[in-house]
Design a binder for this molecule. Structure first.
Ligand code: NAI
Ligand code: MG
Length: 397
């Protein structure tokens, strides 16, 4: 068993409530690790003009494994007003630290398992033609390209002349050529073949390891011919050359979202570019319990950072005791444990969560479909630490 050092980055808001809960679970399962706290988030933007301080980057560079909570991101104008007056006007620009982190360490594989736990009242149910309801077992993992596509950040409002003239060289730009400077916004969708190959390969490797029969690529190559085209072509090539035993299914992103309501259990592994993968993984997460259950891994060659998909939920951040569901972060921790090859311990965590959900005795407010707030505890919801307590009890059994 290897000893690990995990860089913990609780960040903002409820990140500070859920990360400590995941650490309780990691300790209880006997994961052999030290935990080093690292700064990230809004406070560091305000006080230092940098939401992802260099010291945090150094810690991640050194230890290579991170558990991240969530950060608060605000629009450009708010970011400027909230910056320490001493730093204003000095050229500081707010960048989302998680996006920066993904780019800095080339965490280009985003893996998002969406697995329904039996007994979760939030699970998707389907009405059959005879009027009865059924609850299909959903087990889908979305592989989302994490560093390029629509999120490459190459964008302008009022693009500079050089960009305009490049755009004008494309015949399809003619209808937009007369649009006045500030009225024109352009975001560039970039796909590179090596990155497409890496995300597609990660999806196929996962399907192979787990014994799934197909990988689905979700793009829109009939319309977005170049970038979606490259994603789909890459998937075809890789499937044919390296994974002939696994099928490649091709669905347009819009159709896939529609089909989620029809047969979501059919899909086990889905691969997509950045924006489509983001939308798709949220859509799938909604079928298996929503943000309280959605975990994600950002995986590069060197560094990997695991996190709940949700944000900092500021409106619940001040509640004591906290009420939010720690399961997403606990599952993110389980993904980390699996990533380093400690499969038994990862499975123990998943099984303990599954057992608590199945019992149905301990549920956070989201699992009861309550509106969040301090009252939910009187209404029978478990607090954040109570949910973890229940998971720890199952771990001991
Ligand atoms: P959010 O994910 O923070 O919260 C949306 C709603 O989902 C909450 O109000 C709550 O009702 C529910 N929710 C979230 N986490 C939950 C949990 N663990 N248990 C139960 N319910 C939960 O998204 P929102 O409100 O759009 O953004 C708040 C802040 O978080 C913003 O500043 C945003 O930029 C940031 N954000 C950060 C992300 C990250 O750190 N990766 C991702 C998404 C948003
Ligand atoms: Mg999202």
């Amino acid at each position: 068993m290897t000893h690990h050092t995990i860089v913990t980055m609780p960040g903002d808001g409820i990140g500070n409530q859920v990360v400590p809960e995941a650490l309780r679970v990691l300790k209880a399962v006997g994961f052999d690790a030290d935990y080093i706290h690292a700064d990230i988030g809004w406070d560091f933007w305000r006080s230092e003009g940098n939401a992802l301080p260099d010291r945090t980057i150094e810690l991640l560079t050194k230890h290579k494994l991170g558990l991240f909570g969530a950060i608060t991101s605000k629009p450009k104008k708010d970011a400027e007003t909230e910056l320490d007056p001493k730093l204003r006007g000095k050229g500081y620009v707010y960048y989302s630290p998680i996006v920066t982190m993904r780019q800095q360490f080339n965490l280009d594989i985003c893996m998002r398992p969406c697995v329904g736990f039996p007994g979760n009242p939030l699970n998707y149910i389907r009405k059959k033609p005879n009027g009865e309801f059924e609850e299909p077992q959903i087990n889908a993992t979305i592989f989302r390209q994490n560093t390029e596509g629509m999120y490459s950040g190459v964008e302008w409002t009022n693009p500079p002349e050089a960009v305009r003239s490049a755009l004008k060289s494309h015949p399809k730009f003619q209808p937009f050529a007369g649009v006045r400077g500030g009225d024109l916004a352009v975001s560039v969708r970039i796909v590179t073949r090596p990155a497409a190959q890496r995300i597609v390969t990660a999806a196929f490797e996962y399907a192979k390891k787990k014994g799934f029969k197909a990988v689905t690529i979700c793009e829109k190559p009939n319309v977005v011919r170049e970038t979606s085209g490259m994603m789909e072509e890459t998937a075809k090539e890789i499937q044919a050359s390296k994974y002939p035993e696994i099928q490649l299914w091709r669905n347009n992103i819009d159709a896939q979202l529609m089909w989620l309501n029809k047969n979501p259990e059919t899909f086990n592994v889905i691969v997509a570019s950045n924006l489509f993968g983001d939308i798709l993984s949220d859509a799938f997460a909604g079928l298996v319990g929503g943000l309280g259950f959605a975990a994600s891994g950002n995986i590069g060659d060197e560094v990997a950072v695991f996190e709940p998909t949700h944000g900092s939920a500021p409106k619940y951040a001040a509640l004591n005791p906290p009420i939010v569901n720690p399961i997403a972060t606990i599952l993110a921790a389980a993904m980390l444990v699996e990533y380093v090859g400690e499969f038994d311990k990862a499975k123990k965590i998943w099984d303990a969560v599954a057992a608590v959900v199945k019992d149905g005795k301990v549920r956070t407010y989201d699992m009861m479909r309550l509106t969040g707030g301090p009252k939910v505890l009187e209404q029978g919801a478990a607090s954040t630490p109570e949910m973890t307590d229940a998971i720890l009890r199952k771990l001991k059994q």
